[in-house]
Ligand binder design. Structure first.
Ligand SMILES: *Cc1c(COP(=O)(O)O)cnc(C)c1O
Length: 395
């Protein structure tokens, strides 16, 4: 099997897995217990918190453990909204191509009387800091812009956006699930107030994540319960997962540049090969993109058919995002960057990691070329285009 769907999830690293095992086998106490056995668990929890804080440029007391990226996004948005509403501020700025954890929370806030403004992300999938500056109003309580897009990999000018928000005293949250462990993050230098992270996107375990909230940013609970996470997130801590996440994030941050260089080289080779397919287009900015992200639209192709045929050849890829597969609507991200429906349906995301090899990239390129040729060959629509009875939409 060739795994090229690291935007959906990643394989847990050996180091993370091994670091987790003692917390099932011997150190399985409850960090809230007062006896020594519980306090050993507590120490492991706090040491993981310190490690994670260091990787993000944060203080340990600004780190809250969550069940993953979705929960962190939910809590960040609801917290900023509740805080804003107290001051009569109910205007929220975001973008049209956020993850559904953000977009669906924004929809919910709209039903509670908030006004949500979604900024246009342009054809390259990048908003400008000026758009944010021009949209901020006296009643704006939150700006939430993802660090890097999960489908097309485009990286936003986070530091500049953060600077504007800080100057105008508006809370700035970023969904950094695709960025953490892959590109540099420094919450202080980038003026970030809140940030969500998920371990399973950087070779950590699933079901665990982090919400960073800068000191002084008030949090509202999504999960009510005990006094865990300084009262902001009830529930006995998933200590093994927290430890696995800390190890995975530290590994990722320690080797960030080396991994990024390797993965970028693989990405460039793959983009170069797929660019040779006629009537195709790369989605997302050519340069400001995640090291491992390759996303193309192929005219005359159904993304789902392409995935199944690649699966037959042992290749795991995705079309649109994992969350929307199963629905027939084209990806909201591809529509947001202006791809017409017909083109958006023919999308393929190949997301690479440092576990991929050049040999695999060559096999993927070969397989995609064959599959595209085969599917076009059996498409009546395609034959009409070739015969000049219909227009090609892509050069
Ligand atoms: C995967 C992902 C999420 C959701 O994270 P989970 O840990 O799976 O809940 C949120 N945002 C982005 C950008 C993602 O890629």
């Amino acid at each position: 099997m060739i795994y090229a769907d690291n935007g959906a999830t990643t394989k847990i690293s050996k180091q993370a897995l091994e670091a987790m095992l003692p917390y099932f086998e011997s150190n399985w106490g409850n960090p809230s217990s007062l006896y020594h056995f519980g306090q050993q668990a507590k120490e492991a929890l706090e040491s993981a918190r310190m490690q994670i804080a260091a990787c993000l440029g944060a203080e340990p007391e600004e780190i809250y453990f969550t069940s993953g990226g979705s929960e962190g996004d939910n809590q960040a948005l609801v917290s900023a909204a509740v805080n804003g509403a107290r001051k009569g501020k109910k205007h929220i700025i975001s973008t049209s191509f956020e993850h559904h954890a953000v977009l669906h929370t924004l929809k919910k806030l709209e039903r509670h009387g908030f006004e949500v403004e979604l900024l246009d992300v342009h054809e390259n999938g990048i908003i400008s800091p000026e758009q944010v500056a021009n949209s901020i109003r006296p009643d704006t309580c939150l700006v939430t812009v993802m660090f890097a897009n999960n489908e097309i990999g485009s990286i936003q000018p986070i530091q500049a956006i953060g600077k504007i928000c800080r100057e105008k005293q508006v809370i700035f949250h970023t969904d950094a699930v695709q960025a953490a462990g892959h590109i540099p993050i420094d919450v202080v230098a980038q003026h970030i107030d809140m940030l969500s992270v998920s371990a399973h996107k950087f070779h950590g375990p699933k079901g665990i994540g982090v919400l960073y909230a800068r000191k002084g940013i008030p949090l509202t609970n999504i999960i009510e319960g005990g006094a865990q996470e300084r009262g902001k997130r009830g529930g006995t801590e998933n200590l093994a997962a927290v430890v696995g996440m800390a190890v995975a994030l530290k590994d990722a941050c320690d080797n960030l540049q080396e991994n990024a260089d390797h993965v970028t080289m693989l990405r460039e080779k793959l983009i170069g090969e797929l660019n040779k397919i006629p009537h195709s287009i790369l989605n997302g900015d050519r340069d400001k993109r995640l090291p491992g992200n390759v996303n193309f639209c192929f005219e005359g192709i159904e993304g789902e058919s392409m995935l199944l045929l690649l699966d037959d050849r042992g290749i795991c890829a995705s079309s649109g995002s994992a969350c929307t597969s199963g629905s027939l609507d084209p990806s909201h991200v591809l529509l947001a960057i202006g791809r017409p429906h017909e083109i958006a349906h023919g999308s393929l995301r190949l997301s690479l990691s440092e576990y991929n090899t050049m040999e695999e990239i060559n096999q993927i390129a070969e397989a995609v070329k064959n599959v595209v040729e085969y599917l076009r060959g059996i498409s009546p629509l395609w034959h009409e285009k070739v015969a000049g009875k219909r227009e090609f939409l892509l050069p």
